[in-house]
Design a protein around this ligand. Structure first.
Ligand SMILES: Nc1nc2c(ncn2[C@@H]2O[C@H](COP(=O)(O)OP(=O)(O)OP(=O)(O)O)[C@@H](O)[C@H]2O)c(=O)[nH]1
Ligand SMILES: C[C@H](OP(=O)(O)O)C(=O)O
Length: 207
């Protein structure tokens, strides 16, 4: 299955600004992107980057500097999905995604949705030609509505690994605990450590 990976290449992960500098955010976002691309490839997907500027990676790439929803919808129109020609859309910040978790996207359904924690949409597989995305806000609910409006059947993917996108500093704890790839190594090399006490596990930075 073809898999589109949208990537905000210029100013990624602004919500991590309290713990990472702009250069660090770019470098960490790049590590997460590498993890998502390699997991997709291992799961048998053919990834294509949809980036706001060229990444120079050795992966098929479309450069489109329009906002996320517009750029993904243009790609959907271009691809014209059908049951025989599905298109997956997978966020670049799914640092815990494994090939096994991503394989759930190949399940039957005109629109297969992997919700993100907090109301978002972390991954989709689209087989219906009329379905369009509407990201930001509670996009999971918006996507359910949009699927219903075009008469598309929906299947929800119940995967904690796909639900865990890395948006805020507390999400970095999940990467340190459960990450298996470059993003976790990046955090360790940058001096991040788990801080365990009486309450919820937190993060500290040394060095
Ligand atoms: N092509 C494209 N991808 C985008 C755009 N905005 C976000 N993305 C990607 O869409 C996915 C989900 O976006 P967010 O979680 O909002 O990521 P982000 O924009 O890097 O993070 P924040 O700045 O903290 O909102 C990630 O893979 C982003 O790289 C955009 O305008 N164009
Ligand atoms: C793009 C957006 O991502 P979030 O802000 O939830 O990470 C969404 O899932 O609609």
């Amino acid at each position: 299955m073809h898999a589109l990976v949208p990537f905000a290449a210029e100013r990624p992960k602004t919500r991590l600004a309290t713990v990472l500098s702009p250069d660090e955010r770019r470098s960490f976002a790049d590590a997460m992107l590498s993890d998502v691309l390699s997991a997709l490839e291992e799961a048998g997907f053919s990834p294509r980057l949809l980036a706001t500027e060229s990444t120079g990676r050795d992966v098929p790439e479309t450069v489109d500097d329009r906002p996320l929803t517009e750029a993904v919808n243009a790609a959907l129109v271009d691809h014209d999905p059908s049951p025989d020609r599905p298109l997956a859309v997978v966020a670049a910040d799914l640092a815990l995604a494994t090939p096994a978790a991503l394989s759930w996207l190949t399940a039957d359904g005109d629109v297969v949705i992997a919700p993100g924690r907090g109301g978002g949409t972390n991954a989709l597989a689209v087989r219906h030609p009329g379905f369009r995305v509407d990201y930001h806000g509670a996009s999971y609910l918006d996507h359910l509505r949009r699927a219903r409006d075009v008469g598309a059947s929906v299947r929800e993917v119940d995967s904690w690994r796909l639900a865990t996108d890395v948006d805020e500093p507390s999400d970095l704890v999940e990467v340190l605990v459960h990450g298996e790839r470059e993003a976790r190594d990046w955090l360790v090399d940058a001096g991040f450590e788990l801080e365990t006490g009486d309450g919820r596990v937190d993060l500290t930075r040394t060095g």
